[in-house]
Design a protein around this ligand. Structure first.
Ligand code: ATP
Length: 255
C-alpha cells in the first residue's frame, strides 16, 4: 500500500517568553498509509492535537518534513496549504463551528460552494447523499441551532466529506458525545474508511481507538508506542475483545 503522509524528524517549538521555549513535538517520524484508520492517544498535554495540526499543515512545524501525497508541505505558502486542505483534506472537531445562520444542508454544501468546482445542483445532490449516509436527511432544512450534539457531529462529518477528501482528520470528534452517539459516529467513520478515505483521529477514549487499526501513544511530545490491529469489522469482530486487548496493551506498556 502506498503512503499518503510521511513525517520525518518533526519538531514543534514555541516561545513562551524571553528565553523560554517549549518543545511540544520532538523528532517525530510517522508514516500513514493510504486507507489506514489511525488514532492517537496519550495523556493531556502530550502533544496529540499539535501533532494532528502539524501533520495536516494547519500549523507550521519548526523542524523536520511532512509530505502529503509526495508533496512537501513546508515548501507551500499559506494560500497553497489552504487549497490542499479545502480540496483534499477534511476536518472534524469536538466543537464543530458550524455557521449558525445557515440550515443543516447549507452548512454541508458550504465548502463545496467555496471550492466552486461543481454546479450548485450537483453539490446539493451530494450533500443529500451524505445526509442520508449519516442518517440525518430528515433535518436537512432545519436551522443548525435546532440540531442535537450527535446530529451536529454528523453535520460536521458531512461537511468534512463534501469535497471528497483523501484524508479525514478528527480532533476528539466524539469528545462531547454520550457512548451511544459515539458508537454511531464511529460506525459512520468506519464506513467512510471502508470506502477508501484515510482517517487520523485524536482521542482519549479507548472505545474509539479500539475501532481503529493503529493506535499511536504519545508522551511528552514523542510517540512512545504503537499498536497495530486488524481493520475493525463491525459485523464480525467483537468490540469488547478489542477494547480489552487495547487496555491490556496500555497497561503492559505502563501507559
Ligand atoms: N501555541 C502554543 N503556545 C504555547 N503552548 C502550547 C501551544 N500549543 C500547545 N501548547 C502546549 O503544548 C502541550 C501540548 O498541547 P496539545 O494540545 O497538543 O496536547 P494534547 O495531548 O492534545 O492535550 P489534550 O489531550 O489536553 O487536548 C500543552 O502543554 C500545551 O499547553
Amino acid at each position: 500500500m502506498s503512503n499518503i503522509i510521511e513525517v520525518s524528524g518533526m519538531g514543534k517549538k514555541v516561545e513562551l517568553g524571553k528565553n523560554i521555549e517549549l518543545q511540544i513535538l520532538k523528532d517525530i517520524d510517522l508514516v500513514i498509509e493510504k486507507g489506514e484508520f489511525i488514532s492517537v492517544m496519550g495523556p493531556s498535554g502530550s502533544g496529540k492535537s499539535t501533532l494532528l495540526y502539524n501533520v495536516s499543515g494547519m500549523d507550521r512545524m519548526t523542524s523536520g518534513t511532512v509530505t502529503f501525497k509526495g508533496q512537501s508541505l513546508s515548501t507551500l505558502d499559506e494560500e497553497e496549504l489552504a487549497k490542499i486542505r479545502l480540496n483534499q483534506m477534511g476536518f472534524i472537531f469536538q466543537d464543530i463551528n458550524l455557521l449558525k445562520n445557515l440550515s443543516v444542508i447549507d452548512n454541508v454544501m458550504f465548502p463545496a460552494l467555496v471550492l466552486n468546482k461543481e454546479d450548485k445542483h450537483t453539490i446539493q445532490l451530494k450533500a443529500k447523499r451524505l445526509l442520508e449516509m449519516t442518517g440525518i436527511q430528515k433535518i436537512a432544512d432545519n436551522q443548525i441551532t435546532q440540531a442535537s450534539g450527535g446530529q451536529l457531529q454528523r453535520v460536521g462529518i458531512c461537511r468534512a466529506l463534501i469535497n471528497n477528501p483523501d484524508i479525514l482528520f478528527g480532533d476528539e470528534p466524539t469528545g462531547s458525545l454520550d457512548s451511544k452517539s459515539t458508537e454511531e459516529i464511529m460506525t459512520i467513520l468506519a464506513e467512510i474508511n471502508k470506502n477508501g478515505t484515510t482517517i487520523m483521529l485524536v482521542t482519549h477514549d479507548a472505545k474509539v481507538a479500539a475501532r481503529t487499526e493503529k493506535v499511536l501513544f504519545m508522551v511528552d511530545g514523542e510517540i512512545v508506542a504503537q499498536k497495530k490491529m486488524k481493520k475493525y469489522d463491525a459485523l464480525h469482530d467483537n468490540i469488547k475483545e478489542r477494547e480489552e486487548s487495547l487496555m491490556k496493551w496500555l497497561v503492559e506498556n505502563g501507559i
